[in-house]
Design a protein around this ligand. Sequence first.
Ligand SMILES: Cc1ncc(COP(=O)(O)O)c(C=O)c1O
Length: 382
Amino acid sequence: MTKAHMAMLAAESRKLEQAGLYRPETIHPAHIVDFTSQDYLGLTSDPRLSTAARAALETHGLGAGGSRAFTGTREVHRELEQAVARFLQVPDAIVLGSGYLANIGFYEALFDSRDCLFCDALVHPSTAEGIRLSSATAFPFHHGDVEDLEDKLQRSRSARFRAIATDGVFPFDGRVAELDGICGLAEKYDAMVVLDDSLGIGALGETGRGARELRGMIARVDVVTGTFGKALGAGGGFIAGRREVIEWLRQKATPYLFSIALAPPLAAAARAALDLLERGEAPLATLRGHIAAIKRELEARGFEVLGGEHPTLAVSVGGVVALQKMVNSLYERGIHVHGLCYPVVPEGQARIRLEITARHSAQDIGRAINAFELAGRALGVI
Ligand SMILES: Cc1ncc(COP(=O)(O)O)c(C=O)c1O
């Protein structure tokens, strides 16, 4: 590596710092209440998951020793795939090392330059990357705008195959995708619907089956991708859908063929999490109670709160200066939150993202509401 290359990297990193865009990795002290974790059901520390992981560790060892396609497949992987398919009510599923790899593997294996892929402008970077790798023609449509999507579908009639990609939930405001409109257009224009429900699984719908369950669309979405690393409290990713799709992915998805299989203890923990949801034992009611309480109490104090169906809530604060002050002031009062500003959200629409979990206590929730009220008044946000 040349000295010039190293100097350039160091200079660019300092520029990020000066622009306030540097991402420090911080371990927060115990007295700080964390409202940034996506461990929505509090399962990362659930003893039922650790017991399952420990048993798999004893039986299968820590690592898988190879990719799924070669030596890495264990009984726990197959059991997890069956559990995913059962839970999501689809014919089959394939498990990969992460949700990121699932999205990359899916598009690259199924599409090529003869195809057209339509994706919401705000999909997760892993979907955008998968689409890029596939070499299909990409048509990003304006966020949540089904009219723009239809306009683009009309202009792609010569494509071999078409697919519409959306996330189930958007992390900038906690809003749920317009699944009804998207599925209607997919049916009209003969396109596949691919839903990345990483944020929705375990958090949305009566029984935690995600955005499709919330919107009554279980049968209308062709493929669901996701992670076991958020509400399911473990790690790893999956693709679920029609048998022909899953069979093909086992032959052609590069992360399945050439990346280490999911560690067996994580696979067992993910399976245990799905079992809890399946049996109705996950703390969904507690989570919903917390979401409703925070939204109601913050609105009663004059805040504008976006979202409300999902544990991601976004509190509007206006400009970037107010945002930074508000985030700092909340931290000084023991509440850790993320601030979102331009270019992640439109200019002048800076907001604080709150991630609610079932692990928060009523006292944590009360503390957050109180801190928001004090900080908001002191800074003139309310
Ligand atoms: C919508 C979405 N898709 C995919 C991923 C990637 O999942 P994983 O962390 O398992 O790679 C995430 C996680 O950040 C996500 O939020």
